[in-house]
Design a protein around this ligand. Sequence first.
Ligand SMILES: NC(=O)c1ccc[n+]([C@@H]2O[C@H](COP(=O)([O-])OP(=O)(O)OC[C@H]3O[C@@H](n4cnc5c(N)ncnc54)[C@H](O)[C@@H]3O)[C@@H](O)[C@H]2O)c1
Length: 335
Amino acid sequence: MAQSILVTGGAGYIGSHACKALARAGYQPIAYDNLSRGHREAVRWGPLVEGDIADSSRLGAAIEQYQIAAIMHFAAYAYVGESVSDPALYYCNNLAGTLAMLETARQTEVRHIVFSSTCATYGTPEIVPIRETAPQCPVNPYGETKLAIERALHWYGEAYGLRWVSLRYFNAAGADQEGEIGEDHDPETHLVPLVLQAALGQRPAIEVYGTDYPTPDGTAIRDYIHVDDLADAHLRALERLLAKGEPVALNLGTGIGHSVREVIATAERVCGCKIPVQDAPRRSGDPAALVADPSLAAELLDWRAQYSSLEMIIHTAFAWHARQRMRALNLNSAP
Ligand SMILES: NC(=O)c1ccc[n+]([C@@H]2O[C@H](COP(=O)([O-])OP(=O)(O)OC[C@H]3O[C@@H](n4cnc5c(N)ncnc54)[C@H](O)[C@@H]3O)[C@@H](O)[C@H]2O)c1
């Protein structure tokens, strides 16, 4: 019988892609999501249990019902700016919610967790590319709550035998290569979908925050990783845990940085149109460059980014956004 994996946040962007990858690899994904920021229609490869990670009776019942072998824990709020203006939201949902979830996992004897961490736990790095051993000094509540969970996982492992892998993603981007699911955040804050919205005329221009960074073209550099590469890394992390591999924290990125202007230029080529640009001042707390050293994930998971060229990321994301736009226009024009 297929092993059942509970995917918290399975109706969200990265969680839904992980569900597809799990189903394809022969697991049964059980999406567990309160739909606060996810989409019911993104859950296609297994059942959806509608519930909050902090609701121990609902979560415990789902774990018992489906005989869950492991949890992939994506459920969280993930807007850096919102975490600064409303830290309570992040401490309550991301940290307190996850601690409640870990308690339910402990009581129901689920011992394997793959956790969605982030490069935001590093703050402003002194050395780029960033290795896992770099100091973790977050500069916002979002990164703080993720780091606190990483530390809790460590101590729960020591004391209770919990086995975990923390995956520190850099900038997730792109969409399912078959066009079935994609990125749909509201409000959208990520560069690639914002650039594509400008290309599709859904926003007047793309704002470039900071043109005086010490980078070749003056704009900030980030490491963009395709969501299908993230999903693949989750599968490999899960298999490591089920094979009794040791807990570990790993960077997930390509090791190659791209500037904001490079992203826009690539999008213009892929979309075949000029994208209006509006230069704006830097945002506080935005480092000049964030690029992963992904060599530990390569060594321990035998994982390498395969779909993360900027062209592939933008091509898959554009196909998804254009299709969503057509669907919305058709719905609006239906009699
Ligand atoms: N998108 C990125 O670039 C990125 C980078 C680094 C880390 N991450 C992390 O990856 C994870 C997934 O990110 P995403 O972009 O897919 O976000 P998302 O908002 O698309 O998905 C998160 C899902 O979690 C659900 N959720 C939130 N709180 C919940 C709760 N209390 N109980 C049950 N469900 C809840 C939401 O409804 C949503 O479906 C998050 O933990 C995020 O912090 C994302």
